[in-house]
Write a protein that binds this ligand. Structure first.
Ligand SMILES: C[S@@+](CC[C@H](N)C(=O)[O-])C[C@H]1O[C@@H](n2cnc3c(N)ncnc32)[C@H](O)[C@@H]1O
Length: 304
């Protein structure tokens, strides 16, 4: 806590109102456990797992069949990594594709896709069948996305470089939409203190405004009966419950409960002078101490 106060006092003051538990602050600053997702687009799960177990200890991640905690950080010399058989991916970041649950043959929009951890996971769930439009606004990040799609053997994806708002013109088009939104990345502090240094209330408000535009476009592009998953790797209610509450007020969107084998923190109904619909209780809010992962927020939304 002392450390956080020294680096960024406004950060400490804001989030001590959100979670006073000491473990919140301890885990927020503790380096992450390394995890991987096995890429079944290239070889069977058991085969890759058995190869890895000859050299590493793997511990299953309870909420994703292909996910494992692994006792190495060294991927440069790992043959399975070079071959695209494993994707180093944070355990909580595997949740949004699992919740979206895309099926082979579906048309899926991944609105903010780079560098492609979740796009490759979506393609895996779709068994490389159907079509993913993988979009990102930043060209340099899209280059990494394309490299990852190639290395991981993804064959059902078309890449675009647009502001996500562009997709609102494709009204009622996609079976599923993933909006893994740009955010203030508080969850990423466990990877780098840069995110603690860089945090400011001005940025939270800036992201909140962008997220509102993106979620409206994402919802518009969704087919009736389709599912939209909204996610961030941050804890700020202005970027989480507020965005979902905004969508519920502006449209006919319905929230669905998320049922996964993990611990979570109750969603926030009131914060910073704002109140949100009781419906947001259906969202999944993960604080770092819940499952010893990055902080994450996930909402599952259906268009009637
Ligand atoms: C959380 S990251 C996405 C991570 C990615 N889904 C993954 O799993 O690898 C958010 C992304 O949103 C992109 N972005 C920022 N503003 C955007 C906008 N207006 N439209 C589309 N993408 C945007 C950023 O370039 C960044 O790559």
């Amino acid at each position: 806590m002392e450390e956080v106060l020294k680096i960024n006092r406004p950060f400490y003051e804001r989030y001590s109102q959100l979670d006073e538990r000491e473990e919140f602050w301890n885990l927020l600053l503790t380096p992450l456990r390394q995890s991987i997702r096995i890429n079944t687009l290239k070889a069977p799960l058991d085969y890759i797992k058995a190869r890895l177990e000859e050299r590493y200890e793997l511990e299953p991640i309870p909420w994703v069949k292909e996910g494992f905690f692994i006792n190495t950080q060294e991927f440069g010399n790992m043959m399975e990594y070079s071959l695209g058989l494993v994707f180093p991916q944070e355990a909580s970041s595997m949740i949004p594709p699992v919740v979206l649950d895309p099926k082979p043959g579906e048309l899926v929009l991944d609105m903010a896709a780079a560098p492609g951890a979740k796009t490759t996971q979506l393609a895996q769930l779709m068994k490389n069948d159907g079509c993913i439009i993988a979009n990102d606004m930043k060209k340099w990040r899209v280059n990494v996305l394309i490299a990852n799609l190639n290395r991981f053997g993804v064959l059902n994806t078309r890449v675009t470089v647009k502001d996500g708002v562009y997709f609102k013109r494709f009204e009622n088009t996609f079976d599923k939409v993933l909006l893994d939104a740009p955010c203030s990345s508080v969850g990423m502090i466990r990877k780098s203190f840069k995110f603690l240094n860089d945090w400011s209330m001005r940025k939270v408000i800036m992201y909140s405004n962008i997220q509102k535009k993106l979620i409206l476009a994402a919802y518009k592009a969704l087919k009736p009966g389709g599912i939209l998953v909204y996610s961030t790797c941050t804890v700020d209610p202005f970027e989480n419950e507020e965005i979902v509450d905004y969508l519920l007020r502006k449209t006919d969107a319905k929230l669905e409960r998320i049922d996964l084998p993990l611990k979570s923190t109750p969603p926030v109904l009131e914060f910073g002078g704002k109140k949100y619909s009781e419906e947001v209780k259906k969202c999944l809010r993960l604080h770092p101490q819940d499952n010893n992962t990055e902080a994450f927020f996930v909402a599952k939304i259906r268009k009637p």
